[in-house]
Ligand binder design. Structure first.
Ligand code: BGC
Length: 701
């Protein structure tokens, strides 16, 4: 089945006015009088106390006035376990579990605002049980490079897809009572050198591409929190970047809420607080005693401090505090939230290729060989950064076994040894050679089976916060193994488990069917089994382009990534930023975003470059027909109407996508841009009229 797209040509005249983010009345602004009263009773010391971390994941309130601390919940895809107050060591509680939700790229592959809303809501319910006021998420930086260590956490290479999902996630979470914290504001598009790199970027691409998801979540969903990123933008650290924190965020977008720093990301006292930083996290190096001294010395006015305190109090008053003894009373990760994780996972799985092996034909297949450690690897934890201590994570092998029961034999062989950062020889990279013994065991098993399902891909050690992947080649000799498996048995299905693009040229060639199942959360294994067995039809679509070669990726092609510093090891940049801040050469590191707005598919379209699989691509067991396309102007922009029919015998969901081109534009524009989408459920044979609105504000440059 071909993946259909609709290209609507925008022929409307757009006025230059009315193009700013729509400003919805913020819920935060209803308590100003009360806040005046509170501030007037506070001492300067109490005010300063609110402007920095108290513990690793909390900042202080004013106990004397009944103002509770703010408790932060780390992780955009599940509430992180509790830490000791002043270290990254686990607090070893038994009640700090949570649901592991599919990570950002998986959520984005659903292209579902409905399920993004449910996701935010479910995250909030767990945050509340865990005593948290603000979720450190969603993480919505644009995926500029596929190798970015946090591609799996981020949503998409496209600003509209990222923005619409961020809006839904934010509304879901805040409707349920927990503030979000949009991160990482802004331009944190790489993990290598994230603590130093200075992003040089034009206003146009900054606003059209990189800031747009933040602007949407602030303007349309009233996001209450924002986290300033580690890097610099146009010469200034994000944490003291007045242009970003005041001019754009507060003045242009009307953000009334609070900005917290990324952990250890503040570099100054006076500059940070006057630029708009509310809370230095997690310590008080710059915004504790040093800030108090600065106020006393007249370098910062108390009016600025009052304003920063006011912005925090607005959020504090919008979120109901939870008494400490009420938090973490029961283990979290309950049926309702697991159900949301399952629904998201079901819709996220992308089928890239299918030459008749799927769904598994139970009449023909009596013995399945499941190969590859990723069939049994749990992805809730691993690498640097937030993970989830979950009570349940169904692996692909477990999912298959329980879906298939006794009707077929399932045998497993690991096939390769997964990359493990913990036990690695520092010089070893994920691209190790195949393991001959494991390979021959797997090949033997493949020969004996009617169907081989091969689990390739990355794990949470390969894709991790703090460092970027150096290559997109499949790790652990997986290509070599794929070739050997295909020689042994032509009936080969490959499932790629990864948070971002990998080089699939080999597995694509040798496999009859190919799927991407992401880091797919607590219920990911069940969702995948449902797709493989045909209980549901796959309906995920790629939220980012899968390139053929890394050199084709715009940032690589233009030479602005990777940046080079000779003495950089593959070490953890987080350690570097805290211990080696004075390294002059690092401070001069520049990422010149010279591809401008041509990020992701916008670039490949323009250069007419081939890709492995394009943005928006994903197959189904069903087939759909698009008919009767009409475009009608509306007050907001225009509506795209069409008939969508499921012309097959399988119930399925489809994601209709509207791309817009502007031929003969006076200014340079991408060949086409996503400007609307909708997920539609259709029973076999069913037809629906679909209307997708395209907004004027999304068409401006
Ligand atoms: C990450 C943030 C995270 C924070 C607290 C930082 O290293 O960049 O995303 O919320 O740590 O764990």
């Amino acid at each position: 089945m071909k993946n259909f797209r609709i290209i609507a040509l925008a022929v409307l005249t757009l006025s230059a006015t009315n193009l700013q983010a729509q400003k919805y009345p913020s819920k935060l602004l209803g308590n100003e009088k009360k806040i005046d009263g509170i501030i007037s009773q506070m001492t300067l010391e109490e005010k300063i106390d609110m402007l920095h971390g108290k513990n690793m994941f909390s900042s202080a309130g004013v106990p004397r006035l009944g103002i509770a601390d703010i408790e932060y919940a780390d992780g955009p895809f599940g509430i992180r376990e509790e830490m000791e107050p002043h270290s990254w060591n686990s607090a070893h509680l038994t009640t700090d579990s949570a649901t592991f939700f599919p990570t950002g790229s998986a959520l984005a592959a659903t292209w579902s605002t409905h399920w993004a809303y449910a996701y935010g809501r479910a995250m909030s319910r767990e945050a509340r049980l865990r005593g948290k006021d603000m979720i450190l998420g969603p993480a919505i930086n644009i995926q500029r490079i596929p190798t970015g260590g946090r591609t799996y956490e981020y949503l998409s290479e496209d600003p509209l897809l990222s923005g619409m999902l961020a809006v839904a996630y934010t509304r879901g979470s805040q409707d349920d009572g927990t503030a979000v914290c949009l991160k990482h504001y802004a331009l944190n598009n790489q993990e290598d050198y994230r603590g130093f790199v200075d992003v040089h970027i034009s206003d146009r691409s900054m606003h059209e591409i990189y800031l747009r998801p933040f602007e949407m979540a602030v303007g349309e969903a009233d996001a209450w929190g924002v986290m300033a990123a580690y890097n610099k933008v146009n010469g200034r650290w994000c944490s003291e970047n007045e242009h970003l924190l005041t001019t754009i965020l507060r003045q242009q977008w009307g953000f009334p809420g609070m900005v917290i720093s990324d952990w250890g990301g503040v570099h100054s006292t006076v500059d940070a607080v006057t630029a708009g930083m509310n809370v230095e996290m997690p310590g008080s190096r710059y915004m504790g005693q040093a800030l108090l001294d600065s106020v006393k010395a007249g370098k910062v006015s108390e009016a600025v401090i009052d304003q920063r305190v006011r912005e925090i109090l607005r959020v504090r008053m919008a979120v109901k505090p939870i008494a400490k003894e009420e938090a973490n009373r029961v283990p979290v990760g309950n049926k309702e939230e697991m159900a949301v994780a399952l629904e998201v996972a079901r819709r996220s799985i992308v089928m890239l290729k299918n030459e008749k092996l799927l769904p598994i034909n139970s009449k023909r297949v009596k013995h399945i060989a499941v190969i590859g450690e990723n069939a049994v690897t749990k992805m809730a934890l691993g690498g640097v950064g937030a993970g989830v201590k979950t009570r349940c994570e169904i692996t692909p092998l477990e999912g298959l076994k329980s879906a298939i029961g006794n009707s077929m034999k399932i045998s497993y062989a690991p096939g390769y040894k997964s990359f493990d950062r913990g036990s690695r020889n520092r010089r070893q990279s994920p691209q190790q050679a195949a393991n001959p013994e494991l390979m021959s065991e797997a090949v033997k098993l493949a020969k004996s089976a009617d169907l081989v399902i091969y689990f390739a891909g990355d794990n949470r050690e390969v894709e991790t916060e703090g460092s970027d992947r150096k290559s997109i080649t499949l790790p652990s000799g997986q290509d070599e193994l794929a070739i050997a498996l295909a020689k042994a048995n032509k009936r080969l299905v490959t499932v790629v488990v990864a948070g971002g693009p990998v080089d699939i040229s080999t597995v694509n060639d040798v496999s009859k069917s190919l799927l991407v199942s992401w880091f797919n959360g607590s219920m990911g294994g069940q969702a995948l089994a449902e797709v493989l067995t045909g209980k549901i039809s796959p309906s995920g679509k790629l939220p980012m382009t899968w390139p053929i070669h890394l050199e084709d990726v715009p940032a690589y092609a233009t030479g602005s990534y990777p940046q080079n510093i000779q003495n950089n090891a593959q070490g953890d940049i987080f350690v570097d930023i805290t211990q080696n801040r004075s390294n002059e050469r690092r401070q001069q590191l520049v990422a010149n975003y010279s591809e401008e707005s041509l990020v992701g598919y916008r670039w490949y379209d323009q250069k007419q470059a081939s890709v492995a699989y394009p943005f928006g691509f994903g197959l189904s067991y069903a087939s759909f027909r698009y008919d009767q396309l009409e475009v009608q102007p509306t007050a907001e922009g225009f509506d795209v109407h069409f008939q969508l029919r499921n012309v097959s015998s399988a119930d399925a969901e489809e994601v209709a996508q509207v791309y817009v081109s502007r031929p003969s534009s006076r200014i340079e524009r991408p060949v086409k841009e996503l400007k609307g989408f909708q997920r539609v459920a259709l029973k076999a044979g069913e037809s629906k009229t679909v209307t997708i609105p395209v907004r004027r504000s999304d068409l401006c440059h």
